[in-house]
Design a protein. Structure first.
Lengths: 283, 382
């Protein structure tokens, strides 16, 4: 036995490839070699304006939420080249150089074409879900060749279950959230799903109010465990059915949820800092 | 019944060691050399056997996603290098391509070739760091020196190209900032010739090394289905026999122009993941040779406006970083600053598999498994 393990050198690398070729790809593996998922993705949708009323654009709530950008910055045409003062200053020395780097080479682009709008996303999958859930499926669109759907929170867990169990979306890429403080339903919860069989990626979004729980995806995809913990940590959103909902990046007894829009960039839990670090402020 | 046989059966029956032991909670890290940074693992042990783990992370949490919301798209670009600092180029590529997608801009061919070359060089460098440190954890000192010696040449190319060795900030939104220097392609090709025999050298040290084999074979097994359920990607997924690589599945940059294979393992153990990464290094060399010998002429950066104001909307874009699927989910509100940037870090998600992989194994295997997951804490914590 020891003798087998010891031969060193050329023989070993030579054996291995054969070894690995022989390895059967597991069931879900096979589709990987297929060509990229062209069919689901149409060309960018520049000219087709406003077929869809472009339901809840992030823009609605946003400008006010950004103290750094004064409204005045918006109308300035790109050529004016004076964005810097409008943008919050703390970036410091190195960054302007970087900005100039991008800007310097090509001549400034001419005034923009009309903003692209999401197109309706038509596919058997959407039809099926629409049939099953009716208006619970609020929107199904394609933006920049990427498909997403917005579903009502009451059916979110059912839709996720269907996608996981019946539609082969077996890989939960990410769970995250976006905060829109001006909206009634303040939070977007976003599930990014991928199907190995279809080589397709979709996003499922739902909107919840402050204090409302979201359905946990852990029973469907164990990977959602830490991802949901992070959302809870950063946004304070509870997930019903999560086995172990604790903070993950911030200290356990920290107060506040840093990725909310009303949490300042330099804000911190002073009491925690004082108790645990023995200093007045970490800033 | 012989004595040893007796203890063996007792182990099987009760799951306990032959010593009268009770449960022990052991703290590993955050200051521990084999946790590759500041990872703290709380181990629940029965003797040497691991009953369960709890990862405590966040020691390097810098709030990258929060910072992004307070910087312009261009200003945020250098920050992404600080997540996975071992593979900074990949981070930058993912971010730039995500913003380009948001803008509806495509980088020119020449830029894509440069991007592929630098990213693959970085993949090599990242795998070399992984191999060196992983081997060191398990007790092989030499690979560390070999790997770092060979990685140095890559860093020299980076330095010559953009002035930085680690946090390169090599790419810009729309393409690359710098034209390649004279002799760049030749240096890359020379490096390919240089590194191939070196990879054989690493293998000579380890592949059939009895200690290495015994420490890694059958340790930390994950099946393909478990990997998918746990969201593990990159070499961890491929080591379990799932042939999936974003460079092939959903090609980005210029990857659809090159021929390369996706190496896979079959047992899903630490040894197979080692073999997969070694093979990946060879494939990277293959890509590098094709790319460096065919860099097309043309501009290196697309026409992007001086002030980036992507139209309101959201995109998710992901690339195959050395550690797995690295994704950026960016929400734009039409202003100069992103409304939200979410980074989907491969290390963070892969680390979640640790508990599954070490349950029932020995403390020493925890070290091997942390190494095989190839985590970088800067990316786990962000």
């Amino acid at each position: 036995m020891p003798d087998e393990l010891h031969p060193i050198g050329a023989s070993s690398p030579a054996e291995k490839p054969a070894d690995e070729k022989a390895a059967p790809a597991t069931a879900s593996a096979s589709p990987a070699a297929e060509p990229p998922a062209a069919p689901t993705e149409a060309k960018p949708a520049t000219p087709e304006v406003a077929k869809q009323p472009a339901a809840e654009k992030p823009g609605d709530a946003a400008p006010a939420a950004k103290p750094g950008v004064t409204p005045a910055a918006k109308p300035i045409p790109p050529a004016a080249g004076a964005p810097k003062p409008a943008v919050a200053a703390p970036a410091g020395g190195a960054k302007p150089a970087a900005a100039a780097g991008v800007a310097a080479k090509p001549p400034a682009a001419p005034p923009k074409p009309p903003a692209p709008k999401p197109d309706p996303w038509q596919s058997p999958l959407v039809d099926k879900l629409r049939q099953a859930y009716g208006s619970g499926l609020r929107e199904a669109s394609t933006y920049m060749k990427q498909n997403y759907m917005v579903v009502d929170k009451s059916i979110a867990s059912d839709v996720l279950r269907d996608l996981c169990k019946q539609e082969q979306f077996d890989y939960c890429v990410d769970v995250t959230a976006v905060h829109y403080p001006k909206r009634d339903e303040q939070f977007d919860i976003v599930w990014i799903l991928y199907s190995f069989a279809l080589n397709q990626r979709i996003r499922v979004k739902t909107q919840i109010k402050e204090g409302e729980p979201a359905p946990s995806a852990v029973p469907l995809w164990p990977t959602a465990n830490w991802l949901e913990r992070e959302v809870y940590d950063m946004f304070g959103i509870h997930f019903t059915g999560h086995p172990d909902l604790r903070r993950i990046l911030m200290p356990d007894d920290w107060k506040g949820h840093p990725l909310r829009k009303d949490y300042g960039l330099t804000q911190q839990d002073d009491q925690w800092v004082k108790n645990n670090l023995g200093i007045e402020s970490g800033q | 019944m012989s004595e040893s046989k007796f203890y063996e059966t007792q182990w099987q029956e009760t799951g306990k060691t032959f010593l009268d032991s009770s449960e022990l909670v052991l703290n590993m890290g955050p200051q521990h050399p084999s946790t590759h940074g500041v990872l703290r693992v709380i181990l629940k042990l029965d003797g040497e056997k691991v009953l369960g783990t709890d990862c405590v992370i966040g020691y390097l949490h810098r709030g990258v996603e929060k910072i992004a919301e307070n910087r312009t798209y261009v200003q945020f670009n250098p920050y992404v290098d600080r997540m996975d600092y071992v593979a900074a180029v990949s981070n930058g590529l993912g971010y730039c391509e995500a913003v380009e997608k948001l803008l509806g801009v495509e980088a020119p061919d020449r830029a894509n070739y440069i991007r592929v070359i630098l990213t693959e060089l970085n993949r090599l460098a990242s795998h070399q760091v992984w191999l060196g440190t992983h081997a060191l954890d398990i007790g092989a000192l030499t690979p560390l020196f070999y790997c770092f010696r060979d990685r140095e040449e890559i860093l020299k190319i980076f330095e010559k190209y953009c002035g930085a060795r680690l946090t390169t900030h090599a790419f810009r939104i729309g393409g690359c900032q710098y034209e390649i220097y004279e002799g760049f392609a030749k240096e890359v090709l020379d490096y390919c010739d240089f590194v191939l025999p070196k990879i054989d050298e690493y293998e000579e040290l380890l592949t059939t090394n009895r200690i290495w084999v015994e420490r890694t074979k059958g340790v930390g097994v994950l099946t393909g289905a478990e990997c998918i359920a746990l969201g593990a990607t990159g070499p961890v997924l491929r080591g379990s026999g799932v042939k999936w690589d974003l460079r092939k599945a959903q090609p980005y940059a210029a990857y659809d122009k090159f021929e390369f294979d996706i190496p896979i393992g079959k047992n899903g153990d630490t040894y197979d993941r080692y073999l997969v990464r070694i093979q990946e290094m060879r494939q990277s060399v293959r890509i590098l040779r094709q790319a460096a010998s065919g860099i097309p002429e043309g501009p290196i950066i697309a026409k992007v406006p001086k002030v980036l104001r992507p139209p309101a909307g959201e995109v998710y874009h992901s690339i195959e970083a050395p550690k797995g699927e690295l994704g950026y989910f960016i929400v734009s509100d039409g202003s100069t600053q992103p409304y939200r940037v979410r980074v989907r870090p491969p290390s963070f998600v892969n680390l979640q598999a640790l508990d599954k992989m070490v349950r029932g194994w020995l403390v020493a295997d925890v070290v091997a498994v942390i190494g095989t997951l190839d985590i970088v804490l800067g990316e786990v914590d962000r």
